[in-house]
Ligand binder design. Sequence first.
Ligand SMILES: C[S@@+](CC[C@H](N)C(=O)[O-])C[C@H]1O[C@@H](n2cnc3c(N)ncnc32)[C@H](O)[C@@H]1O
Length: 268
Amino acid sequence: MTSDDALHAHGARLYAGFLSKRGEKDSWPGDMQLAQRIRAQVPNVELIARNQRSFLIRAVRTLVGQYGLRQVLDVGSGLSHEPNVHQVAQEISPDCRVAYVDRDAVISANLAASLHHDDRVAHVTADVRDPDSILGSPEVRRIINFEEPVALLLASVFLFVQDDADPAGIIKRLVAALPSGSYVAFSQGTYDYDDDRRPVYNLTRMYGEGGVIVTPRSKATIAGFLDGAGLEVLEPGIVATNRWRPDDTETGLEADSCIHAALAYKPL
Ligand SMILES: C[S@@+](CC[C@H](N)C(=O)[O-])C[C@H]1O[C@@H](n2cnc3c(N)ncnc32)[C@H](O)[C@@H]1O
């Protein structure tokens, strides 16, 4: 890591800081100032992050525990959070295999340090804007057998993929590589739930000031992505993360989510 890296605020580290019980103590120098300003202007930012992470965990439990999936491809995995996806999946079924992919090499290093040589888990540095680099990765292919149904997690990663990178085409390419019977858990920040506090409007502006470009998207746009990839959205449809098959840990209004969530199926 160069000093420039440390000073450049980064979406994954900001998100990790908002999720962490240690809060700013876990922030990197360049993130600290921006994180403090975001907390001041978006007082529910930690709840937004927790609701996102809780959706992801519930989706993995559903996919492994209810639908019987045994391999998970987590693209835009983020820094290691306890419990991480492989821990959630392997607690239900120890034979689960998980491939983590993130564009940030620092994240791969962080995951590697937390994995303790688990040969059912891989971490790969690749960019979702080049889906073939993920699908062709030997490490991904060591873990994921593309002849068997896959649980593909695209959780809060397309917020960071701008329209000119063709998000619809990327999702279509990834889903085309999966066999029928696979599932996609998808989430994406949106303006649709902004209330008077305007959390997403403020977050988008402040992330931009920190050099992180984010692209919130509407429910209709997300529905188009999933439909265009040949996926069927399962109940309850595309809803706020804290309205997606909630358990008693979920709290707040839709504006305390600010993120659309969906689980979709590739039909037989
Ligand atoms: C908000 S975090 C989400 C982490 C995790 N999926 C979750 O929902 O808890 C977004 C992650 O996407 C990663 N990311 C952003 N753009 C990406 C890209 N083009 N390719 C792969 N990963 C990307 C970031 O590095 C970051 O780790």
